[in-house]
Ligand binder design. Sequence first.
Ligand code: ADP
Ligand code: MG
Length: 550
Amino acid sequence: MAEEKLSFQAEVSKLLDLVVHSLYSNKEIFLRELISNASDACDKLRYAALTQPDLLSGGGGDFRILVTPDKTARTLTVADNGIGMNREDLIDNLGTIARSGTAAFLDQITGEAKGDMNLIGQFGVGFYSAFMVAEKVEVISRKAGEDQGWRWTSDGKGEFTLAEDADAQRGATLILHLREGEDEFLDGHRLRNIVKTYSDHIALPVVLVEDGKEEAVNSASALWTRAKSEITPEQYKEFYHHVAHAFDEPWATLHYKAEGAIEYTGLLFIPSQKPFDIFHPDRKQHLKLYVKRVFITDTCDELLPPYLRFVRGIVDSQDLPLNISREMLQHNPLLAKIRTGLVKRILSELKKKAEDADGDYATFWSTFGAVLKEGLYEDFERKSEILDLCRFATTVSDEPISLATYVSRMKEGQEAIYTISGDDIEALKKSPQLEGFIAKGIEVLLLTDPIDEFWPNAITAYQEKPLRAVTQGAADLSAIKGAEGAEETRPEPAAGDAMASLIAAVKLALGEQVKDVRSSDRLIDSPVCLVADEGDVGLHLERLLRQHQQ
Ligand code: ADP
Ligand code: MG
């Protein structure tokens, strides 16, 4: 069959343009990406072969990754004997980007943001990073269990070609034709170094093939099976980059072995940067599940509740059966126990970090607080534990504080925890509804995440103090002893009769538009303000709903 020419999806072309022209000072990471993919491909085949052992015939069961520089041809070849790709896979995986939100994301990184490594780093360019060092890339591949091999070729400029290849071995072989000036990637020392630095944790041998000699370069044992004392922070970080397809520093690393009723190893990470798709409606969790070191799946949503979907890493179970199908996992009681164990560990790690002054909890909170708060109404059993982890900006403190801190400085006679919600902190601070509170020095929580409209309904009280929105219901501040001298700023209240007739006149004027008109001691400077009735939809939520025309 003749060669076919196909076009990259527009997003791929954009991404390739970014990769080649503006990014990455450390180009060497392309090798990490290719080795990472090769390792994933071997993991996938190992899993598939559990139920279809025939898939391993022709290519052997000893998975390995070969890295071969050729100084004469100026090529660098990375070959694996993993699952491989057929024609469709090559088109789908190397010609399109399936991740949702990609187009929107790429539109963000034009102009000013173009040089922003962090932004593109969050996204990850994976396979396409090969074009940082190669002017042409060939992928020769045969999918496990299939007879027909394929050759994919591209110079990364909008098009790629596909042709049948009779000699393709099971797995994928990538031949990188290096750009001028990239000869360092033909040098054995340099390659050895890169593999050691970025890919030591890869669980199968990465073999350097030089002058016909083969040399395994990495440790080739799954990182999580090694003793903690033998793992450096750098190695943890590289593993995190591999497993999470991430590029930032992990904010927290949690490596432990659960023993007793259920046995599993967890190597978990909390990122320091917000993944670009953290608020995607699918709310999928991202842990990879292994059983006795065999990769099973990275789409097992039963492993973690959605409010912990920012956690990355692996769980390796000793107890689950190896031949468990992904479908059967869903209702497995062992898995439910692992989930409980994971949630407990993660929340207690967060607690530890929150209590540790050097733990930089504020970073975590500003990155993932809005996600964690979903747990307040989704995890009934743990909501008080989660509430303890929550932080809030207030009328008194820009630095977010805990509810414990809030309660500890409540005024004498104050019975409730007061809140106000809206889109923007600065606008909120100017709300007329706050005047009386500010005058009395009563602290009010400023809630600005969309999620803040929902969870307060699930929280009846904290340390027996109910949560109360200052824009809702009557606020009787007279019982609360304010700060010294605060009372004097309050204007003399109108005499009873005068107030009654004023209220009657206002009611008459507004008619059906309001439910009631009341005098209030929450105002100081402003003559009037709007409040919602107790039990009605709050003001901010009402505005949000109206925006969405609900
Ligand atoms: P990611 O690894 O994040 O999925 P990449 O851009 O690195 O993204 O790779 C895209 C896809 O191409 C992979 O998900 C995989 O399906 C496929 N792929 C890449 N390299 C290989 C390989 N060596 N063997 C089999 N499939 C591969
Ligand atoms: Mg990849």
